[in-house]
Every structure is written in structure tokens, then in C-alpha cells.
Design a protein around this ligand. Structure first.
Ligand code: DHB
Ligand code: MG
Length: 218
């Protein structure tokens, strides 16, 4: 099925997306620097961009920058006075993301904070809450990141979590640490009265995966 999913994704990309030189150069630089190909697909990036626009988000938090590909889709959708804070554990990844965001002219809207998110998330408590939070870091700590996303949000905030299906691995008996981290986070949701959630299984150029989507009510 992967080949047909790929072909359909190519058709949808050509039909729905406007080619963008900065985004293409971002993927090229990320590959050249040897980053893992864990970026969202262009169609998924456009989904994130639309979520920012539809929710009228002005303050975005991204947990897990990598090379800043999804960062660009979300930051581009912000109004001129909007802000995006993105957290990245690896300084080398953050430097690549910085270069990509600079080329795209998005540095004035974005702040990259380097360090393990478990350490940097508490420093954001002094800032106003975020309107939209995208969780896309190490999957092992998904529950911790979801808890922080709730902490740093307000009624009406949107939380999106990437890679919640992992080719079906989240329901396998012998889950790896990543699938287990996602399973743990999703299993905890019914205990959070502040969250209304769903998940969308997706297929395409990145195989079989999905997004979880939540609204916060405090
Ligand atoms: C992995 C992480 C991602 O964020 C992603 O989009 C795909 C895969 C991973 O760690 O395997
Ligand atoms: Mg991801």
C-alpha cells in the first residue's frame, strides 16, 4: 500500500500546495546535515498551518524543533505580532533550524530554546499561555509533555500531538519505548477533565501514523 499512499500524497501535494523555495531548501539542508527524516510531510505541515489560522492562534509552542520544517509552516500562519516558541534538545539541530528560519525570514516571530524540554518547559510558566501547542519531540516523554501543554494553555487552547499511531505499534503487546510513551499519554487522557480529544490516523508519504488533537477547558 505504501506506494499508492505515496502516489496519492504526490497528487494531493501537486493539487493543493504551492511550491515554496524556503521549505524545499529546509528539507535539502536537513538531509545534507544528516537529520533523521522525521519532519512532517508537506501536506501535514499545511494541516498545521491551517490549524493555526482556523484557531486564530497568536502564541504557539512547539516541543521538538528538529530542523524547523513544521516550525516554518506554523510561524508563517501567525499574524505579524504573533510569536512561536520552539524547544529543541540538540544544539546542532537548533543551529540548523535557526539557519532555515533565517532564510525564510521568520526569526522575528520565532524563539528557539535549546535544552531538554523537561528542563525548559518550566521556564515558560512566566509567559502568557499558548493558544496552540504542537508536541513532536521524543515520544518516551509524551505524557510529561501533554501535562505541560495543559499547564501552559488556557480555555480554548489547541494541543496537537504528532506520531500517535506509529504504524500501529501503539497497540502491539511488545511496544518499544516510543510507542509505549504514546500509549501511556493517550491512556491518561480520560483522567484529564481539562481535555477533549480525538485522534486522526493518517497514511501517505510518511507511512501509517497520525495526530492526536485536543481542546483545553480549564
Ligand atoms: C519519529 C519521530 C517523529 O517526530 C516523526 O514524525 C516520525 C518518527 C521517530 O522518532 O521515530
Ligand atoms: Mg513527528
Amino acid at each position: 500500500m505504501q506506494q499508492q499512499w505515496q502516489e496519492v500524497d504526490e497528487f494531493l501535494e501537486h493539487s493543493l500546495l504551492v511550491p515554496d523555495e524556503n521549505l524545499a531548501q529546509t528539507l535539502a539542508l536537513n538531509a545534507k546535515q544528516g537529520l533523521p527524516a522525521h519532519d512532517v510531510s508537506p501536506l501535514q505541515g499545511q494541516f498545521l498551518m491551517l490549524m493555526v489560522q482556523i484557531s486564530d492562534a497568536r502564541r504557539i509552542l512547539e516541543i521538538g524543533t528538529l530542523g524547523g520544517f513544521s516550525t516554518q509552516y506554523m510561524a508563517r500562519a501567525l499574524p505579524t505580532d504573533g510569536k512561536l516558541v520552539t524547544l529543541e534538545k540538540e544544539a546542532t539541530n537548533a543551529a540548523i533550524a535557526h539557519e532555515n528560519l533565517q532564510r525564510a525570514g521568520l526569526l522575528d516571530k520565532t524563539t528557539i530554546i535549546v535544552g531538554a524540554a523537561a528542563q525548559t518547559l518550566p521556564t515558560l510558566q512566566t509567559q502568557p499561555p499558548f493558544d496552540l501547542i504542537f508536541i513532536d519531540a521524543d515520544k518516551q516523554n509524551s505524557l510529561l509533555y501533554l501535562e505541560w501543554a495543559i499547564e501552559l494553555s488556557h480555555t480554548g487552547s489547541v494541543i496537537i500531538m504528532d506520531n500517535v499511531i506509529r504504524g500501529g505499534a501503539i497497540v502491539e503487546a511488545q511496544r518499544d519505548v516510543s510507542a509505549n510513551g504514546i500509549h501511556q499519554a493517550l491512556s491518561a487522557v480520560k483522567g484529564f477533565e481539562t481535555l477533549t480529544g480525538t485522534a486522526l490516523q493518517t497514511v501517505g508519504s510518511k507511512g501509517w501514523d497520525g495526530f492526536a488533537l485536543f481542546r483545553v477547558q480549564k
